[in-house]
Design a protein around this ligand. Structure first.
Ligand code: SAH
Ligand code: SF4
Ligand code: F3S
Length: 475
């Protein structure tokens, strides 16, 4: 198999893949005739919602090939690792897992191991796997996910490792169905790739340049989801605020939200991720006006220091960010704001870090993902000489959590006694006699109520607030 090539994706390619799906299906069904055991497949997913959604697309292909879902590695005839490389620890986990599979594969020779996702877009990773993890059967990347059936058939026919990674993106691939893990909620890609090149981030190198799906394709997909019973959709893109820039037809994200707000059956619309530099006032107004668009904004700040933001290539200052927060809070009462923060970016001084702490206090976040800066080879910041020592990063990280958690807790406490709309997702994970769901602001609520309520949006009175969840009772 050739590797690291560039190509375009056509409708014929998708049709061709359906033929390969049929070949694998026939093989698996023939096997079932003999063994009376269905072939089982497991997908292990790391990273963000993009990857989760890609795994759903792979799962749909596997379903069509007559694979059953395996419960664990020992049970699986086919294992796919869908990898992430945004931070070093995500990569280390994958190498660890692949290492553990070696003795298993030695015992179960016809087991197939595939690796895909963002890590595979880096040539040094592919070389490492080819050298040190020779028990891997298939390697593919983020741009040619749709080709998995063909690669699987090639792997069955040849006895060598099949490697096919495209260096750059083709056109937007339409027509790939996803097996939605949870039909009440669905992910919908609105765009792929990223053009922002934040200096710490590997994503633009693994996901290619920004390209938007056509609004009619998105609306059709959401309409279908609405007809199938999906209540909540999450629109996905690395920077949804620059949606539409690559389209001939001039449609922006605010307009897209207004279109989707009209789709029947859908009750809630979420989106991620919003880059502050491209957040328009039109978007704030669309959020305010569209009843289905949730009052929640995930708005990664990364740092509270304008000096660090500049070195990160984020194209906004602390003041720009605070202005957006101010506008959001004014136009959308009760809006929840969450964020991503990186601690210990190269050159971050005590003063810069204190700026992050004071920004966190000023915004009053509802939740936050906090990360230790992790060097990513190939990004500009990896070469910066003023790297922050590990112990300083850890110490700042803990101080940040000590400031963040009480703020989050205080915000939740303000909800005690209030009645909130909750989309009931299922039974509570912590107490099976209770139900769980999320508020419009994305807060997790465990509450007492009838099982019949699952799938509905109901009023829940909040009785107790904790830092990471709320408790309540259905009215
Ligand atoms: N496109 C999105 C998110 C991309 S990755 C955005 O721009 O917000 C998700 C988060 O991972 C980022 O927001 C950032 O906080 C974190 N991240 C990315 N690269 C990182 C690195 N090298 N070290 C630590 N955290 C990182
Ligand atoms: Fe990475 Fe920045 Fe793009 Fe987000 S916007 S994916 S952080 S480069
Ligand atoms: Fe997502 Fe990780 Fe790739 S965060 S885009 S899976 S590098």
């Amino acid at each position: 198999m050739s590797e690291r090539k560039e190509a375009k994706v056509s409708l014929e390619d998708i049709a061709l893949q359906n033929e390969y799906i049929e070949i694998m299906k026939a093989e698996n069904e023939e096997d079932y005739e003999k063994t009376h055991k269905k072939k089982k497949a497991l997908i292990v997913t790391y990273g963000c919602q993009m990857n989760e959604h890609d795994s759903e697309k792979l799962m749909a292909m596997l379903d069509n090939m007559s694979y059953e879902q395996a419960d664990n590695i020992d049970d699986a005839d086919l294992i796919i690792y869908n990898t992430c490389c945004v931070r070093e620890n995500a990569e280390l986990k994958v190498y660890g897992n692949l290492g553990q599979l070696k003795p298993k594969k030695a015992k179960k020779k016809d087991m197939i191991i595939a690796v895909c996702g963002c890590m595979m877009q880096q040539p040094h990773v592919v070389n490492e796997i080819k050298k040190k993890y020779r028990h891997v059967d298939i390697i593919f990347g983020t741009h040619n996910l749709h080709k998995f059936p063909q690669l699987l058939v090639a792997c069955r026919q040849k006895q060598t490792m099949v490697v096919d990674v495209w260096e750059s993106e083709g056109e937007v691939v339409e027509g790939l169905k996803a097996a939605r893990r949870f039909s009440l909620k669905g992910f919908v890609n609105i765009m792929y790739g990223c053009n922002n090149f934040c200096t710490y981030c590997i994503v633009p190198y693994t996901r290619g340049r920004e390209r938007s799906r056509k609004p009619e394709d998105i609306v059709n997909e959401v309409r279908e989801l609405g007809q199938e019973g999906t209540k909540e959709i999450t629109l996905l893109g690395q920077n949804v605020n620059s949606y539409g820039k690559t389209l001939e037809e001039k449609v922006d994200f605010a307009q897209l939200l207004r279109m989707l707000n009209e789709v029947e059956g859908i009750e809630r619309i979420r989106f991620m991720t919003s880059h502050p530099k491209d957040l328009s006032y039109d978007l704030i107004e669309a959020m305010r006006d569209c009843d289905k668009v949730c009052n929640h904004m995930h708005l990664p700040v990364q740092s509270g220091s304008s000096r660090v933001l500049k070195k990160m290539n984020r194209h906004y200052t602390r003041e720009d960010y605070l202005k957006i927060v101010h506008d959001l809070k004014r136009e959308i009462p009760g809006v929840a704001i969450s964020t991503d923060i990186i601690v210990g970016f190269p050159g971050e001084t005590e003063e810069d870090f204190n700026d992050t702490l004071s920004l966190v206090e000023e915004v009053g976040y509802d939740s936050s993902f906090t990360f230790l800066y992790s060097i990513r080879e190939g990004t500009p910041a990896a070469k910066y000489e003023d790297q922050v020592p590990e112990d300083v990063k850890h110490e700042r990280f803990n101080r940040l959590l000590n400031v963040l958690n009480p703020i989050i807790n205080d915000n939740n406490k303000k909800l005690e006694g209030k009645t909130l709309k909750v989309l009931v997702e299922g039974l509570s994970k912590t107490d099976k006699t209770k139900l769980m769901g999320r508020t419009e602001t994305s807060k997790l609520v465990n509450f007492s109520g009838d099982k019949e309520l699952i799938g509905q949006v109901v009023d829940v009175k909040i009785t107790k607030a904790k830092t990471f969840s709320l408790e309540g009772e259905a009215l």
